[in-house]
Design a protein around this ligand. Structure first.
Ligand code: PLP
Length: 455
């Protein structure tokens, strides 16, 4: 709870740090949680309070907060070569090796990688690549980008325009030419009597209609998360990517899989695209790419986009884009280690082994009369609070139900994230069964407390 003495960590946090994506009424009442360190899936605050972090940081600290191999890989690379860029034909040996590894583990028989510092920048980079191709290939109008409502692609001006969230209106976004389709959420968007397969077919028709209306030759690409993450953990309806990809292929529109959350194990396979059995034209990666131990993003291009981008770049003798820290040697060394840890140290196996227990836990929470839906894939899940389960009527917005649930959890040593009226769970891949019991028991107790308060 908030310590209001002038030199408290809470007061000092307020004084000089601007909060992003934070419920300010909660902060005013409770103060920031200032953390000092972590252990396994737990974090500790300045008062010594321990929290089980059910969100593994922001989806990304999948190897826990004290993985010795990752810290050592960073330290060794800092000692050897602590920083360099990837401009002017120079790059570190770690960068070369990471690109080889990413193509090796990608669904592509060959391809190339471009590095950024974040997922947002990777999406921006991909959009610039598509715009560049439009111009170079004589289709200068091919600039529109299609995404879905509730899709999350980041916060830079372009990535925020791709993101289908109403809060971006406060910035006067989206920019022109960013189009949003219906959120593929069957429980919320499916019509009375409509089967899941019919819902999918309707979404595919909506895409087809949008392409016809806008003109296929004005559309540069379609971006989608395999499972919407920050939109509330929404797995696609049955057959979704097959239906969408058929439409996109007909019009030669690239399908970009934003795997910033799904990539590297979250859904139980290396890629969400693998889980849902489609091969995209390019992949956006970040978050788990370094298990959260270094800020880094990557655009992984499949063979066709690689060749086209190469041809377009050859024509003007360069691809004029890059960040100062693109392909940072420490980031690349950490990513190489993180991929090894996730794929070869049993983390992904643990995701698969824990998934049935995770699903059982979500279904157990669904027995609660005010939980309308429990959904998820692999180790990402959400439960959605409702006033009335039969009619799916949400709680009144002013009650801030999901914030209350998250705050009550925090009071009991569990960190989980409110999202709309849902609460998100995306634990670390190293989680044990007892820790998972702790997570569900604490969340269940918080749900019961809050639902009594707002009844
Ligand atoms: C987090 C996220 C991003 C943005 O990544 P940042 O590193 O925060 O810029 C993009 N796409 C998806 C799917 C994400 O979850």
């Amino acid at each position: 709870m908030r310590d209001d003495s002038p030199n408290s960590w809470e007061a000092r946090a307020d004084a000089h740090s601007f909060y992003g994506f934070t419920d300010l009424p909660s902060i005013n009442e409770r103060g920031a949680v200032v953390l000092t360190h972590g252990q396994g899936p737990y974090v500790f605050d300045v008062h010594g309070q321990q929290y089980l972090d059910a969100n593994s940081g922001l989806w990304n600290m999948v190897a826990g907060f004290d993985h010795p191999g990752l810290a050592e890989a960073a330290k060794a690379q800092y000692d050897r070569f602590p920083g360099y860029h990837a401009f002017f034909g120079r790059m570190s040996d770690q960068t070369v090796m990471l690109s080889e590894k990413l193509i090796e583990v990608s669904p592509f028989p060959r391809g190339k990688v471009f590095y950024t510092n974040s997922g947002s920048e990777a999406n921006d980079t991909m959009v610039k690549m598509l715009w560049f191709l439009g111009g170079a290939e004589g289709h200068a109008n091919r600039r529109k980008i299609i995404t879905r409502k509730n899709g999350y692609h980041g916060v830079t001006a372009v990535a925020a325009s791709m993101t289908g969230k109403p809060y971006n209106e406060v910035f006067g976004l989206p920019l022109d030419g960013f189009l949003h389709l219906t959120c593929p959420h069957y429980w919320r968007e499916g019509r009375d009597g409509e089967s899941e397969a019919e819902f999918t077919a309707r979404l595919a028709r909506e895409l087809e209609d949008m392409i016809t209306r806008e003109g296929a030759d004005t559309i540069a690409g379609f971006f989608a998360e395999p499972v919407l993450g920050a939109g509330g953990v929404i797995p696609p309806p049955e057959g979704y990517f097959q239906a969408i990809q058929t439409v996109l292929r007909k019009h030669a529109i690239p399908l970009i899989s934003d795997e910033v959350i799904c990539g590297f194990g979250r859904t139980g396979a290396v890629w969400g695209a693998e889980t849902y059995d489609f091969i995209p034209d390019a992949i956006i990666s970040s978050k788990n790419l370094t298990a959260g131990y270094f800020p880094m993003g990557a655009v992984i291009l499949g063979p066709e986009l690689t060749d086209r981008l190469q041809t377009a770049s050859d024509a003007i003798e360069e691809f004029p884009h890059g960040f100062t820290a693109s392909g940072h040697p420490v980031g690349c060394a950490v990513a190489l280690k993180a991929i090894d840890v996730i794929l070869n140290e049993g983390l992904m196996e643990n995701v698969r082994a824990l998934t049935p227990k995770f699903e059982a836990g979500l279904n157990w929470l669904l027995e609660n009369p005010n939980i309308g839906e429990a959904r998820g894939k692999g180790l990402m899940g959400a439960v959605e609070a409702v006033r009335d389960k039969a009619t799916k009527t949400p709680f009144e917005g002013h009650l801030s139900v999901s914030e209350r649930i998250a705050n009550t959890c925090t009071d009991h040593g569990l960190i989980c994230r409110p999202l709309g009226q849902a609460v998100v769970l995306c634990p670390a891949f190293i989680m044990t069964e007892p820790q998972m019991d702790e997570m569900f028991n604490k969340l269940d107790a918080a749900l019961k407390t809050v639902f009594k308060e707002v009844a």
